[in-house]
Design a binder for this molecule. Structure first.
Ligand code: DLL
Length: 433
């Protein structure tokens, strides 16, 4: 079902006209209210009134995570604190978090976008949504919560973790929709199997998963193990949280970017040049309706491409291909660029290994060495070292054939790789650079 027929099916020219109008409004607004943007825009040679067409966007300066750190905590806010009603933050791996704010209208916009997202995934007001995204500073929990309430579904604000209780409530409350990270969904499926709960005895029908990269193979695995339809949902705190883009059930291919609120671009991460539709590069977003924390050309570091072909679902918003990785997660193994998701894709084609893995990178004699640790299936796991050795060599060969890199595969016992309630940690980088 399409939540907002009027805006989600606007003809292309109407979308672009709306974007242009909103973009002009945004640039005028931040020029007047955010010293950081005024300075950046002045430095780039911009003069008020310079935006005449959407292509002028590519002349504006980028905003980066470092800029947000430099203005920590509230330096990028475009409204006075009296108008801010919510603050979220993303933890990041080093140093201070990135802090984002919302006005009351931003919260309404976000709820609308998450209502669209949940509708993309089949949710209606009759559903019981078990929301296993973490509640707190992370945007996943409250983002999905407000969207589900807006639809009129019954939300269970359970947050992540405590899998046995999740499963009990799923049985007792008859949850029909689950929202969580894909890795946590697999975790739930595993605990279900341990507890002897047959997923087909549950009412669960749909899952909306995101917040971390996952492969098509992983989708199949989750759909099979939980007996649901699973879709990919995307977003980031700096842009609004979840609710930036969503796959639809009709094609499960490409995520519709809610273009009446965000303008996506793909750029070459090295040169910053805007790339045409269809080419792969770094995703950049401009938020054209946000009040408290708007961003101009925010560099996400996420790698994707834009798909302009019309979609069977009837939505006219452009699609972005599922994220294949983050440029800062990219490993360079003897000159070849590899993303964890590419390794995941290969692993998922090998019978006997499970979608629980970690990549350990070390440096030996100034060469990067990649070790792939992956769990094997209970049924395959035996002490017959020889059989396992054969399987490990097989996986190494597959990775070499498909990705062109050599690595060492270490098969580990079922359930030894650390499980996560939220985003899975896939890379352990032990290099000291
Ligand atoms: O992860 C927002 C979110 C919550 C999205 C729930 C979807 C569902 P951050 O914590 O700021 O926000 O992390 C944003 O996570 O730049 C991507 O690298 C990654 N990411 C988010 N969704 C996906 C996805 C939330 N569907 C960062 N596929 C982003 C791949 C994703 N990566």
């Amino acid at each position: 079902m399409i939540w907002n027929e009027e805006f989600e099916t606007l003809p292309r020219e109407a979308i672009e006209a709306l974007q242009l109008k909103r973009l002009r409004g945004l640039v005028d607004r931040v020029y007047g209210t955010v010293p950081f943007y005024r300075e950046r825009l002045d430095d780039s040679g911009y003069r008020p009134g310079d935006i005449r067409s959407l292509s002028d966007l590519s002349r504006l300066p980028f905003t980066t995570k470092a800029d947000l750190r430099d203005t920590y905590p509230f330096g990028m806010f475009a409204v006075p604190m009296e108008r801010v009603v919510r603050i979220h933050a993303s933890s990041g791996t080093t140093g201070k978090p990135v802090v984002v704010g919302y006005t009351r209208r931003d919260i309404d916009t976000w709820a609308e976008l998450m209502a669209r997202t949940l509708s993309c995934g089949g949710t209606t007001k009759g559903d019981v949504v078990q929301n296993a995204y973490g509640y707190g500073l992370f945007t996943g929990g409250l983002g999905a919560h407000y969207g589900a309430e807006k639809i009129g579904a019954a939300v269970i604000p359970i947050s992540g973790g405590n899998s046995k209780r999740q499963i009990m409530l799923m049985q007792d409350f008859g949850s029909t929709v689950i929202t969580s990270t894909p890795s946590y969904a697999l975790n739930l499926a595993e605990v279900m199997a341990e507890e002897g709960v047959d997923p087909s005895s549950l009412k669960l029908r749909y899952g909306l998963f995101g917040a971390e990269p996952w492969s098509e193979g992983m989708r199949k695995e989750i759909e099979k193990k939980l007996r649901i339809d699973a879709i990919d949902i995307y977003g980031l705190s700096e842009v609004i949280g979840p609710g930036v883009a969503s796959e639809c059930l009709e094609t499960k291919h490409g995520l519709h970017v809610f273009e009446d609120h965000f303008i996506p671009e793909i750029i070459d991460p090295d040169t910053g040049k805007t790339l045409p539709y269809g080419e792969k590069g770094e995703l950049v977003f401009t938020t054209i309706t946000k009040e408290a924390f708007p961003v101009i050309r925010y560099r996400t570091r996420d790698i994707s491409r834009l798909i302009a072909e019309p979609c069977a679902c009837g939505r006219t918003h452009i699609r972005m291909e599922r994220i294949s990785g983050r440029s800062d997660d990219m490993l360079i193994i003897r000159g070849v660029n590899v993303f964890p998701s590419q390794i995941e894709t290969v692993l998922m084609t090998v019978k006997g290994v499970e979608p629980h893995y970690q990549l350990i990178v070390t440096r030996q004699e100034s060469l990067d060495v990649l070790e792939v640790q992956v769990e094997v299936d209970e049924s395959v796991f035996t002490d017959a070292v020889k059989g396992l050795e054969g399987l490990a060599r097989n996986v190494e060969r597959e990775i070499r054939d498909v990705l062109g890199i050599s690595c060492k595969v270490k098969l580990v016992e079922p359930k030894t790789i650390q499980r996560s309630d939220g985003k899975a940690k896939r890379i352990i980088d032990k290099r000291e650079i």
